[in-house]
Design a protein around this ligand. Structure first.
Ligand SMILES: *Cc1c(COP(=O)(O)O)cnc(C)c1O
Length: 457
């Protein structure tokens, strides 16, 4: 190892950021406004407050404050598992024989097993502050449901989770982790909501999708007396909370005197990637520094690389506000891939706008090549990565091999968003050679895009 750069760089507790960074404040062309699903007109604070917590809505609509203070109670909770380490992947570099320098920001060091806790604790705090008693949500792979169960337990809220059916069946232990933190967990689509019943009728035997589960959770929030719905990705407020990842990464690199060249993250709804890159994107938008940013998505659910930039519904039941985003259509139900956290038809509006402006690149990668990278990473760097995170590992390795071919020693950093302990069925299938790749045909993509809403602003 190079003695000058440590294997792990930690910030001190005192260096933990005191405010989140809001990249929209530095964007000249802002993301398009959210629309009300009934009127197709821009949503007001009041419209959104029917579904979401008041303070979260304020943050959602705030395009001008560059920094938003992290409440003391949230920052104190962060101290239980943050600052997270920035790791120099010396062992992976050696295995690849690359002159590139690879770093990763590790967010898997908490019980939720992912970065999702960064926003869950903030949203639970704002729900409590508002005097709510219950919160509802959906979960795909289970990390967000676990994170919100933890946040809800901490602030004494009752948490109702709708879990995408294929994950519920693949990962029974996830359900019990959430129940340990006091949450109710229902497989989605269920027969407990009107929307769930309708989806079950229209798609008998469906393994569910995030879009369905969101609709069910929103319906439940509206029918319970003192509840709101909390969402773990896609929204601006979530990207805002996740900026703690990027701010720590920026501070750690400054401490090391290193400037990264390429920043890479997996993109499901876009929150970890936006969180990691936000402060660096801010430097780029203000003309202070240049970086390459790469969003990595599964070839089975390719919103950025094969979707359309258009207004669409965020959920199958069409009860949530519409967003202008890269989308595959709210009816698109991806094949049951093993990266549950990346099976969403749309993408963060902010990330979509930055991608549309050419400031972010996107790549779609196949499942088997993702698991090949995951296994190589586990065997060299020790940590067992989540399948979602492994999408970023795949492209980080590809970039490092490009550097090797070109004889360049670029500095690459990727987000290692979580650990894969609950994904052993998938790892087992990969090791047994039973894993395949399911890529939607052009007809599948066209069918998903055929029913995009017509919006005239
Ligand atoms: C949810 C999840 C993701 C994807 O969500 P984003 O909002 O795109 O960040 C990635 N990795 C892990 C481990 C997750 O749990």
């Amino acid at each position: 190892m190079n003695a000058e750069i440590p294997y792990k760089t930690y910030l001190t507790e005192a260096e933990l950021p005191t405010a989140w960074y809001n990249v929209r404040a530095d964007m000249k062309k802002k993301p398009a406004p959210m629309l009300d699903p009934r009127t197709l007109k821009p949503c007001s604070q009041q419209d959104l407050e029917r579904v979401f917590c008041r303070e979260c809505v304020r943050q959602e609509l705030d395009e001008t404050s560059q920094f938003i203070p992290i409440p003391g109670a949230v920052r104190d909770f962060y101290k239980m598992y943050r600052p997270s380490p920035l790791v120099r992947a010396y062992f992976l570099e050696r295995a690849l024989g690359t002159p590139a320098k690879i770093y990763y920001k590790f967010e898997g060091n908490n019980t939720s097993g992912s970065h999702k806790l960064n926003s869950a604790i903030a949203q639970a705090y704002y729900a409590k502050e508002q005097g709510l008693t219950d919160v509802t949500t959906e979960t795909g792979a289970g990390q967000w449901g676990t994170a919100l169960s933890m946040g809800s337990a901490f602030f004494g809220l009752k948490c109702h989770v709708y879990m995408v059916k294929c994950s519920y069946e693949q990962k029974p232990f996830r359900r019990d982790v959430m129940r340990t933190y006091g949450a109710d967990v229902t497989p989605s689509p269920s027969m407990t909501t009107e929307i769930g019943k309708r989806i079950n009728e229209e798609h008998p035997g469906t393994t569910g999708s995030l879009g369905c589960a969101i609709s069910e959770a929103v319906e439940r929030a509206i029918t319970l007396p003192n509840a709101r719905y909390l969402l773990g990705s896609v929204l601006n407020q979530v990207c805002l909370h996740q900026s703690v990842i990027g701010l720590e990464t920026q501070a750690a690199f400054r401490k090391l005197g290193v400037k990264p060249d390429v920043l890479i993250g997996c993109a499901g709804g876009g929150s970890n990637l936006m969180g990691l890159i936000a402060p660096f994107m801010g430097e780029k938008l203000r003309g202070e520094n240049d970086y390459r940013f790469i969003a990595v998505e599964p070839a089975s659910c390719p919103s950025l690389t094969r979707g359309k930039y258009a207004y669409d519904f965020c959920d199958t039941g069409r009860v949530c506000p519409l967003q202008k985003m890269y989308t595959l259509g709210s009816d698109f139900i991806p094949s049951p891939s093993h990266a549950g956290g990346l099976r969403y038809h749309g993408m963060s509006a902010t990330l979509s706008e930055l991608y549309d402006q050419g400031l972010v690149e996107a790549r779609a990668v196949e499942q088997t090549s993702v698991f090949e990278a995951a296994v190589q990473f586990a065997r060299t760097e020790g940590t067992l990565p989540a399948p979602e995170s492994s999408h970023a590992i795949r492209v980080a390795i590809d970039e490092a091999l490009r550097c090797k071919a070109e004889g360049r020693s670029e500095t690459i950093v990727f987000g290692l968003t979580g650990t894969g302990y609950f994904d052993m069925v998938a790892y087992g299938r990969y090791i047994d050679g039973e894993m395949g790749d399911t890529i939607p045909t052009d007809e599948d993509i066209a069918a998903g895009l055929a029913h995009l809403p017509e919006v005239k602003l």
